[in-house]
Design a protein around this ligand. Structure first.
Ligand code: NAD
Ligand code: UDP
Length: 343
């Protein structure tokens, strides 16, 4: 009986989330590098739901198959285990180039690899875009502004980056990725879009991500001290992931080719943010002040006038709503981790 039950289970077809019908002319083949990561997996969901074909190339450094498990086996979906430092020869209409570690502890773990991913990897993707005539969107970052002397940061600001500091592998890597994009656009007519993404949070961030939102939520949920690096007076502006995904898709669809900031302009000090998270969770965690991080940007807030005018885009999800969803996700992740440990 057990054998026949197992046989039945194996034959049960997987049910996929609903997708829109697109005829072959409307349906695009879209490559997402880093698509198994936090942002990439949410983008995958939206593009799959729109009825497109999505191909993910990921080396699973920080990404996980679990993030895209909903789609594994779907005829419109393909997951390729590939490191973009090596060339990739496929046929696609659009490329969202997201592959790169994004959290400071992850990108500092192997700085040389971070530089290779953002330089050699970006050359490979721009080369692919040139060969097949695909439009390519590069995921750049607010880190190109470094520790900014202009506040808030408009796209016209050239930035203030320490080229030999611990964050340089990422900051300078992304700056070169932007430079490469416009060099390929000018010299080879590649159709490029550049998104300067500001701090983004939401479900599917890794438990060990190490960025402030996940650290604070996990610490507060476990009643452990909330770790503030420095005096907590530094600021950030946090954007919920669904807002970013809408912005990326709007930018890809637009005719605007210069860099565009995508972020939420509501700014908070990190000290305030720690207390806010502790209050929402109702935790009694203490606040613990640790040594400030080298070259930590002291203020960060996007000027999003360009995105508003050119893309008709602005963030819609409030911090309260976004944090509630994220906290719910981390509660589940912690339970999952505890269960796996117990097994
Ligand atoms: P993430 O770490 O969750 O995702 C990055 C993905 O890229 C992972 O799946 C990882 O395995 C993959 N990857 C890394 N190196 C690779 C390589 N050499 N070849 C193939 N795949 C590789 O990070 P995220 O938050 O989803 O960030 C996605 C992109 O957005 C990154 O380019 C990041 O720089 C940019 N960005 C993110 C934020 C943010 O707050 N999340 C802010 C600014 C910019
Ligand atoms: N930070 C902190 N405690 C943590 C993690 C981060 O105080 O446990 C601070 C960090 O020093 C920075 C801000 O929070 O000032 C945002 O850090 P994050 O690593 O999330 O992203 P960044 O904007 O620096 O890339």
């Amino acid at each position: 009986r057990l054998e026949s039950r197992l046989g039945q289970l194996q034959k049960t077809p997987k049910s996929f989330p609903q997708i829109k019908f697109k005829n072959y002319k409307e349906r695009k083949r879209i490559l997402i590098t880093g698509g198994a990561g936090f942002v990439g997996s949410h983008l995958t969901d939206r593009l799959m739901e729109e009825g497109h074909e999505v191909i993910i190339a990921d080396n699973f450094f920080t990404g996980r198959k679990r993030n895209v498990e909903n789609w594994i086996g779907h005829p419109n979906f393909e997951l390729i285990h590939h490191d973009i430092v090596n060339p990739l020869l496929i046929e696609v209409d659009e490329i969202y180039h997201l592959a790169s570690p994004a959290s400071p502890p992850h990108y500092m773990y192997n700085p040389v690899k971070t530089i290779k991913t953002n330089t050699v990897g970006t050359i490979n993707m721009l080369g692919l875009a040139r060969r097949v005539g695909a439009r390519i969107l590069i995921a750049s970052t607010s880190e190109v502004y470094g520790d900014p002397e202009v506040h808030p940061q408009p796209e016209s600001y050239w930035g203030h980056v320490n080229p030999i500091g611990p964050r340089a592998c990422y900051d300078e890597g992304k700056r070169v990725a932007e430079t490469l994009s416009y060099a390929y656009a000018k010299q080879e007519n590649v159709d490029v879009r550049v998104a300067r993404i500001f701090n983004t949070y939401g479900p599917r961030m890794h438990l060990n991500d190490g960025r402030v939102v996940s650290n604070f939520i996990i610490q507060a949920l476990q009643g452990e001290p909330i770790t503030i690096y420095g005096d907590g007076q530094q600021t950030r502006s946090f954007q919920y992931v669904s807002d970013l995904v809408e912005g990326l898709m709007a930018l890809m669809a637009s005719n605007y080719t210069l860099p565009v900031n995508l972020g939420n302009p509501t700014e908070r000090t990190i000290g305030d943010f720690a207390k806010h998270i502790r209050d929402i969770i109702g935790s009694n965690s203490k606040i613990k002040y640790l040594k400030a991080q080298t070259d930590d940007p002291q203020r960060r807030r996007p000027d999003i006038s360009r995105a508003k005018t050119e893309l008709n885009w602005e963030p819609e999800v409030s911090l309260k709503e976004g944090l509630e969803k994220t906290i719910k996700y981390f509660r589940k992740e912690l339970q999952h981790a505890q269960l796996s440990e117990a097994e």
